[in-house]
Design a protein around this ligand. Structure first.
Ligand code: GRG
Length: 296
């Protein structure tokens, strides 16, 4: 990756960590254990891809970074909640996340469940409690956008399909439908929320950002499937080989590794095509590169 992108993303990763540290409840305040569990889940790890996408899309709309920071934290909190619940014994039953014990391993199942709930609610408290847009109508649209991306017609719905697919044979369109919801919906919300923090964009520009977001959202998942099959646990910071172990259909099991890599490259090209001619979208382009080239 180019050094300028690494510096930009590194600075923003620190910015997000600092913002989340301030926005998450103080672990000295009751209920202390719940607050500690929320902080365990949201702080000190993760690539922060969704917040980076929000900042990059905010640049296209000339958004105030202070506004984008709040929207980016809201998306990251939804992501952190989803990982806590996904790791629980009733779902993926995983012990390792971001190189640390998962939330339920550290704090017990009941606290982990509540920590996920607390993170989810805090995301909406942020999105509704700060001025993020020039008009109340657009800000309400932002709340609705995140709610539907996280809900049964978005991420939670995709997770339900995922759980039901264990041991089943899915077709490629069925697999794509699942991932567009489970992973893609929140990635799309990150891009659009970042853009909504800035000046109103015309419909063509918004549609192009949306097309970019859909392509990188799916590419993210294809690469995730490839890494799960090929990368070691130590590099991933989460248990490798879980998909095969759980008998889950993936892009690697359906297409084979070579075709899955070619598909990720095709989605990458489509994402870049969607941004053709946008001078202000350089960070979005670099993030698309990062998403397909990442090793963890
Ligand atoms: C429990 C409602 C609910 C949803 C869970 C996100 C999710 C849905 C499950 C996570 C399982 C998983 C491995 C999904 C594949 C893609 C993905 C979201 C990977 C984790 O995201 P990264 O790589 O993680 O951005 P970091 O730790 O870098 O933030």
């Amino acid at each position: 990756m180019n050094p300028d992108f690494l510096a930009w993303s590194g600075n923003l990763q620190v910015r997000i960590e600092t913002a989340l540290e301030h926005l998450l409840p103080d672990p000295r305040h009751a209920p202390q254990t719940l607050h500690a569990a929320m902080r365990h889940a949201a702080l000190g790890g993760g690539k922060r891809v969704r917040p980076l996408l929000a900042f990059a899309a905010g640049e296209v709309a000339g958004a105030d970074p202070a506004r984008v920071e709040i929207a980016a934290c809201a998306v990251e909190l939804i992501h952190a909640y989803s990982l806590v619940h996904d790791d629980m014994p009733c779902m993926d039953n995983d012990m390792l996340r971001r190189g640390k014990p998962t939330c339920h391993v550290e704090y017990g199942e009941a606290t982990a469940l509540l920590a996920g709930d607390g993170l989810h609610s805090l995301a909406f408290e942020l999105l509704s409690g700060h001025t993020l847009s020039d008009t109340p109508e657009r800000q309400l649209d932002m709340v609705k956008l995140l709610a539907s991306a996280a809900g049964s017609r978005g991420m939670a719905g995709g997770q339900a399909i995922d759980l039901a697919s264990v041991g089943q044979t899915l077709t490629l369109p069925e697999l794509e439908f699942m991932h567009i919801h489970k992973t893609g919906a929140l990635i799309r919300a990150a891009v659009l929320l970042g853009a909504y923090c800035g000046a109103a964009l015309d419909n063509t520009t918004l549609a192009r950002l949306d097309r970019y977001a859909k392509c990188v959202g799916l590419a993210f998942q294809v690469v995730d499937d490839i890494l799960d099959a090929e990368a070691p646990t130590a590099t991933l910071g989460k248990t490798a080989g879980k998909d095969a172990q759980h008998n889950k259909p993936t892009y690697v099991t359906l297409m084979g590794s070579t075709r899955a890599k070619a598909f990720a490259a095709e989605l990458h090209r489509d994402a870049l095509d969607a941004l053709a001619g946008f001078d202000s979208a350089q960070r979005l382009r670099e993030l698309a590169d990062f998403i397909v080239q990442r090793q963890f």
